[in-house]
Write a protein that binds this ligand. Sequence first.
Ligand code: SF4
Length: 276
Amino acid sequence: MALPLPSSLSPSKISSFTDCPLAFRFEAIERIPSAPTVATVKGTLVHAALERLMTLEAPARDRAAAQQCLAEARAELPTDPEWIELALPADQQEQFFTDAARLVEAYFAVEDPTEVEPTGLELHLEHTDPTTGMLLRGIIDRLETQPDGTLVVTDYKTGRSPNPRFAQSRLVGVHIYSYLVEQNYDARPGRVQLLFLGDRTIVADLPTDQSTRAIERKVRAVWEAIVTACDRENFQAKPSRLCDWCDYRDFCPAQGGSLELGLETAAALRAGGPHA
Ligand code: SF4
């Protein structure tokens, strides 16, 4: 019996399948949620602060306002399910918030927020591929319009920038966002960029006919590979250094785990029972 297809693809799902098809199966097909980490929760908090900052009038976007935006986002943490699940000990919370404040401060080293003209923040876009019927979704941190009318896609990253040899692979996500913008607004962005706050670096690229066609081919190829894997119930493990951080090691035969245990866990979750 074929496995159910995911309802949509997104840059993170494409990256997940490309990194390891088996981990993708546990997360996107079997719907076993991965546990929040300090890095992901901190990233969400910093994103929320920068989103708030961009809603202010341009001249008001200074350092003090940014830290105030962080404080407002922090005030919502106690009801955030991921923060609650993280259950960070009190002595580690101070470091968590110090790091978040440092990342918000670092933002001012990569650009001047008073010069940004946001067109969309946390912008949800989607497009159905007429050839495959696949629904592609994305949430863009920031879409802006420059004075000359050029659209710019920006994604914030709270980690450090990659070795230049791997920069192109890290840009795939923003190129997919550019593709979604083009499909929805009939206008191709003139720039895509990743703002790495961890080391205060911008990695940028220029979408072209060639890059846009390459993204379209890549998304279709990943979708077709997922369809085939679902048909055959065959999602291969792809061991790499990412295994050290994988939430599905107990279910992974390549790591001595049990696929059956993973499927039982998924079934228990679907039935509303406890995690196996
Ligand atoms: S442990 Fe490694 S190989 Fe196994 S599912 Fe996770 S990422 Fe894939």
